[in-house]
Design a binder for this molecule. Sequence first.
Ligand SMILES: Nc1ncnc2c1ncn2[C@@H]1O[C@H](COP(=O)(O)OP(=O)(O)OP(=O)(O)O)[C@@H](O)[C@H]1O
Ligand SMILES: [Mg+2]
Length: 394
Amino acid sequence: MVSKRIFVNREKELSYLENWLSTFPKPSISVNRRRDILFITGAKGIGKSALLREFQDRSRDSDRIVVYIEFRRPYRSVEQFIQDIIEHYYRALSLHSSRLEEIVLNILLDIAKTLVKKVGLDLDTISYTIASSKKYKEDPLRLITLLEEKLSYIAYREDKKLVIIYDEFQNLVKTLTTEDRDYIVFVEDLLNYMSKVQEWGFNTRYNGYCIYIISSSDYTLYRSIARSHLWDIVSTYHINELSIKDSIKLLEEYCRLYDIVLSGDTPHYIASFLGGNPALLIKLILRFKEKGYSSVTREAVDRELESIINYEVFRLKDVGRRLGIDLCTIYKCIGSRVVSQEEFEDKLFNELGSGEKIEYVINELLKENIISWIDYRLQYQNRLIERALERLCR
Ligand SMILES: Nc1ncnc2c1ncn2[C@@H]1O[C@H](COP(=O)(O)OP(=O)(O)OP(=O)(O)O)[C@@H](O)[C@H]1O
Ligand SMILES: [Mg+2]
């Protein structure tokens, strides 16, 4: 039995994407150099990827071709990279047009052969390390550029817009950066290249019209974009938690899927306690499933929440020790609010008294996914972190 994927609401976000796209004309030869970029941000597990996949699904039979590519990791081998790309292109093509399949497969094979020839390996052993060779670092970019070009030509012929989604965009950046390239400068170059079809050391045969959506929860990337002067070509859109009502719906749908009954007001209780981060809510339901619950009482919920929080407290203590930071200082500065960057830094300065230390602490907290910083506002990554800090510091 194939079960339908669970997807709750996000109509506002889907309409935003729809409206954003509607501002761009369909491709024509005269405007085919115009490229535009939307940067989707939001905490880990908030539902960026789920939203973008849903958007791709809803784009079937529309006036656009949507390719969703998730760069799952910073790639060290071309083989892994090609595998992920093939998988995603296949999905996009099966959604939109079967005629495209052959063309893309041929390009991929061509590129694979070229890569293999260059390093003197045969096709059977295509796996080799590119990490040590700066020269081949550019090849993943060459691969996606060729695919984009071909696809944008096809989209143009079919009178459709081409939308390319690069999820976990930081992994593409990491795959392409070398030691001698500054990360921030490279992000700027890459986005400029995507936006204006900057030449990249090889000939681009067809500079097609293409709209990009990039997505990431990576703060370094967010900050690089914020710090460079890319706002003319990059719009940003932040994904927030689900409402209590939608969180309850999500809990109920997952419980139905796993044959679990949440008694009385437990869905509301869980949603109020954990907030609307889908990943956290699902994690709790999966614990009930693993423990074989068929019916879940308020006491059982409290027990599981307690154990999840204890685990988080343990992790936070460990992080605090490792970094030499008393995390209760952070809790003192943020409490249970969303604070502005200015207010947080002022308060932290009173506690720590040194600018350098402040920068270090903030960077580490961001790296450890304890806090997240969006548009000069600071908050905890999710409610579980807040609950754990509450516990740790009371
Ligand atoms: N609106 C939704 N309805 C139902 N399930 C959802 C929804 N949004 C997210 N989920 C589920 O929650 C989990 C986390 O979502 P997702 O992977 O999309 O988060 P993310 O923001 O992409 O996180 P990360 O930054 O770690 O990539 C997934 O299992 C996803 O299917
Ligand atoms: Mg994701």
